[in-house]
Design a protein around this ligand. Structure first.
Ligand SMILES: [Zn+2]
Length: 181
């Protein structure tokens, strides 16, 4: 599976973020050697250990639909909604294809890396060293719709690796501003 040009650009634009640098420097000081923005047949990955067939994605909470931190933008709703859906679909396609090709795919949220870098590193170490490695259950926001009551929203959440299995939660609308441009 090849990513199209705009999909490649989305990955490239987001490279070398602060969480990526934090994670890489911790891995480096622990003696791990890796490739950065490594090109696989399924597109580029943030960090790769090609001989061990492990890849790491550090996913931005807004762009990739973090179930804790996603904030529905207040303007251009349709544009951002489509963008979120496309990003999550791309993440799923890429993850499923890599895993089918024998790679272990670790997705870390940017908030995990920033809030607790040691725990993030230990997730990577598990994937690198454990004989059996079941990936984390990984829930993504795929859609957030306004409700009749303006203070509420309907959040549609889906496991990254399972298409179609949508759960809907009513949540109070956050007052935080979205991190979108
Ligand atoms: Zn988050």
């Amino acid at each position: 599976m090849a990513l199209n040009r705009s999909e490649q650009m989305a990955r490239i634009q987001s490279k070398n973020t602060a969480p990526e640098r934090i994670l890489r420097s911790l891995l480096w000081t622990r003696g791990y050697r890796y490739r950065v923005h490594f090109k696989t047949p399924m597109g580029r990955v943030d960090v790769a250990f090609p001989t061990r067939k492990v890849v790491i994605f550090i996913d931005g909470c807004f762009w990739h639909g973090c179930p804790i931190h996603y904030v529905r933008p207040r303007s251009r709703a349709a544009f951002w909604s489509n963008k979120l859906k496309a990003n999550v679909e791309r993440d799923r396609r890429q993850t499923v294809a890599l895993e089918a090709a024998g790679w272990r795919v670790v997705h870390l949220w940017e908030h995990e890396v920033v809030e607790c870098p040691a725990a993030a590193v230990s997730q990577v170490e598990s994937a690198l060293t454990e004989e059996r490695w079941p990936p984390n259950f990984d829930l993504r926001v795929v859609k957030v719709l306004p409700c009749a009551r303006a203070s509420e929203e309907a959040w549609h959440l889906q496991p990254l690796r399972a298409d179609g299995d949508v759960r809907i939660e009513t949540r109070t609308r956050s007052n935080r501003r979205s991190k979108s441009p």
